[in-house]
Structure formats: structure tokens, C-alpha cells
Design a protein around this ligand. Sequence first.
Ligand SMILES: [Zn+2]
Length: 81
Amino acid sequence: MKCPICNQEMEAGGLIIDGVNPGWVPMEQFEKKGLSRLLYTGFRTIGKTNFVLSQTRVPNAHFCKTCNKIVGIFDITNNID
Ligand SMILES: [Zn+2]
């Protein structure tokens, strides 16, 4: 995959998240703090969680050594609609 910023070839890999249930929320929810965010029902999870290890593996993350950035194309793993 080419870097969307500098167009160099990126290194393929994945994310290992030290925790369970990582996911995406809209900016309005992202900027909230504390418990109010937990009540949000539109949370879009990503990755595959191992609850024993308390880790989540998220495939399809690409690293650009030139820009020092990670770009990901992540599948949503819960359907809420
Ligand atoms: Zn780049």
C-alpha cells in the first residue's frame, strides 16, 4: 500500500491493542470525557479480542517510515444498524 501523504511504499502490519473493545466513535463522542461516552450506542468496534490476554489484534495497519505514520483500513466487527 502506498502512503497517502508521501506516496512511498508502506510496511504492512497490524495493531496490537493492550485492552479490549477498541473502536471508532464520531468526533462529538470522541471529545467527551468520562462516563457519558460509555452510554453512546453507536460505537464501532474493530479487531479480534483475546479476553485472556486482554489484547485486541487489528489487521490492515500500514506503517510509513518516511512520514512516521500508521494508516489503517479497519473492518468494523460489530453491526449496529
Ligand atoms: Zn509517507
